[in-house]
Design a protein around this ligand. Structure first.
Ligand code: MCA
Ligand code: AMP
Length: 485
């Protein structure tokens, strides 16, 4: 693989992660202990992941866009024994670490000194398919993130599935610009690379200014992206797009809905029909358009091999063979082991007969293609990042000038959706939008900050007192409709 202009062989990465694993064993880490990372994409993040899974630790990545309070919440919940962070971000994790019992803090800048004297032979490996490999935080409708426990078996099943279904071989080349703290980058990107042994160029992040140069320089054959990345790629000069299309074999999109218009324009420009698939943190990948055969616009395809899908009643979860619309429910070796320390939430996420309830609504065509129709919950997806309205509403309601808040998604041509906020005042003071945005950005990841703020006398409620999001005048949405709630 290559990162920041330097190459690393599999053998070298193997030795580096062995050393780190020995270091952690020496420091007293034991199987089942969590190790957190708060890092931008870098080779040390891969070292940490491999070292953790080799000795049965639970890799717990934290979104690099999170601020102190978001990080502290995850650290308090996961109780990691150690964290890996860069020097510039150390201060952001300290408030969270204070709640833990003597946690280890490793700075990536010190890695090489720390590892120099550690042996590079393989450490003892206590893990099997059922061992939890990673805790990936994903929010629930309550707005509080929960740690999804993904096992070695889940990652292996997913990687095997994608390699087979998308015809990935050791001859391929993957340009990876997705963040490794989410399952799109980690489960699909990193794991197909590890399992197929193809060449990887890892980028610190997707930058629209330089992404075309990366394509032309590396000449990948495979690219995984979120729809916002494909929107950005549409800005390429036609000749550049044609050159990229000539060496590329497969573009895959997921994490949010790919507009049919984007698929069409991309095909005209690059000469490739983007392959859209559907997954979740809790299940990794479930449905995919075919590699050979029709990649249907607006559809996320058919079940991947070994993954069972059925449609259930969105309210009760009850399912029948004959249903061709409803909530997507999933069973298979890809389905997670439950939410960390949340037996109640885990029980609620499954039907009585053991199917995982996705919360996504879909219809199935007569020839077995699934079309997503929206979500049962109020989740907003912006640039492929998930935002739960309740979390932002709670923050806004902590502001002295705000009595109550409602956050909803407004359509956006590039990001898919962006959060906007409706606020009822607590008194006569009504801070300017710039001030409210500044406060949000200081305490929340930047993608969660509402793009617009609207002051209203009071929020519309139904007879039971529940906020009626549908009745909020969201810019870009037809009045009185379209907004879930
Ligand atoms: C975005 N920003 C980042 C990063 N990405 N900062 C640091 N590291 C990153 N990796 C910040 C920017 O600083 C900026 O902040 C804001 O986000 C928008 O950035 P911009 O340059 O305008 O980016 P863009 O060209 O619009 O592209 C945004 C993006 C980003 C690169 C597409 O949204 C992204 O990386 N999305 C991927 C999310 C993802 O991996 N989701 C998978 C979830 P400011 O606002 O302050 O200027 S897993 C999942 O959903 C399931 C399982 C599935 O099916 O995959
Ligand atoms: P996460 O909670 O980050 O795991 O995000 C999972 C959610 O992303 C799913 O429940 C879907 O709502 C959404 N998602 C993933 N892939 C797609 C897709 N291809 N089209 C629309 N939504 C998607």
């Amino acid at each position: 693989m290559e990162f920041a202009g330097r190459e690393y062989s599999f053998a070298e990465l193997d030795r580096r992660s062995n050393r780190l694993a020995h270091r952690w064993l020496e420091d007293g880490f034991r199987p089942g202990d969590r190790v957190a990372v708060y890092l931008k994409n870098c080779v040390e993040l891969i070292d940490a992941y491999l070292a953790a899974v080799k000795i049965g630790l639970v890799f717990t990545p934290v979104n690099i866009l999170y601020r102190e309070r978001e990080i502290a919440y995850i650290l308090e919940d996961a109780e990691p024994r150690g964290i890996v962070v860069s020097r510039e971000d150390e201060k952001l994790v300290l408030p969270g670490l204070r709640q833990l019992h003597e946690p280890y803090l490793y700075l990536v800048e010190d890695f090489y000194g720390l590892l120099r004297d550690c042996p590079s032979d393989p450490p003892p490996c206590p893990a099997d398919a059922g061992t939890v490999a990673a805790l990936i935080y994903t929010s629930g409708t309550t707005g509080r993130p929960k740690g999804a426990m993904l096992t070695h078996g889940n990652f292996a099943a997913n990687a095997r599935n994608l390699i087979e279904s998308w015809r990935i071989t050791a001859e391929d080349r993957l340009l990876l610009a997705l963040p490794l703290f989410h399952v799109h980058g980690l489960g699909n990107g990193l794991h197909t690379w590890l399992a197929a042994g193809y060449r990887l160029r890892l980028l610190e992040r997707f930058r629209k200014e330089t992404i075309l140069e990366e394509f032309l320089d590396f000449r990948p054959t495979v690219f995984f992206g979120v729809p916002t990345m494909y929107e950005r790629l549409l800005a390429a000069p036609p000749e550049t797009a044609r050159r990229i299309g000539a060496f590329m074999r497969l573009f895959v999109s997921g994490s949010a809905a790919l507009p049919a218009r984007t698929l069409k324009r991309f095909a005209e420009l690059y000469g490739h029909v983007i392959l859209e698939r559907y997954g979740m943190t809790e299940t990794l990948m479930n449905l995919s358009n075919p590699y050979e055969g029709e990649r249907r616009p607006g559809s996320v395809g058919r079940p991947l091999p070994g993954v069972s899908i059925r449609l259930g009643d969105p309210e009760t979860g009850a399912a029948g063979e004959e249903r061709d619309s409803g909530e997507i429910q999933i069973k298979g070796p890809n389905v997670f082991a439950g939410y960390w320390r949340r037996p109640q939430a885990t029980a609620e996420a499954f039907t009585e007969d053991g199917w995982f309830r996705s919360g996504d609504l879909a219809v199935r065509s007569a020839d077995g293609y699934y079309m997503l129709q929206g979500r049962r919950t109020e989740l907003i997806i912006t640039g492929g990042f998930n935002v739960y309205p309740r979390e932002i509403e709670e923050f806004l309601e902590e502001q002295p000038e705000v009595a109550e808040a409602a956050v909803v998604g407004a359509p956006d041509p590039v990001k898919g959706e962006v959060p906007v906020a409706f606020l009822a005042p607590a008194g006569s003071a009504r801070p300017e939008p710039e001030e409210l945005e500044r406060r949000c950005r200081e305490h929340l990841a930047s993608f969660k900050a509402p793009r617009r703020f609207f002051w209203v006398e009071k929020l519309p409620r139904n007879a039971l007192g529940k906020i009626q999001r549908r009745r909020l005048p969201v810019p870009g949405k037809p009045a009185g409709g379209g907004v879930r709630g």
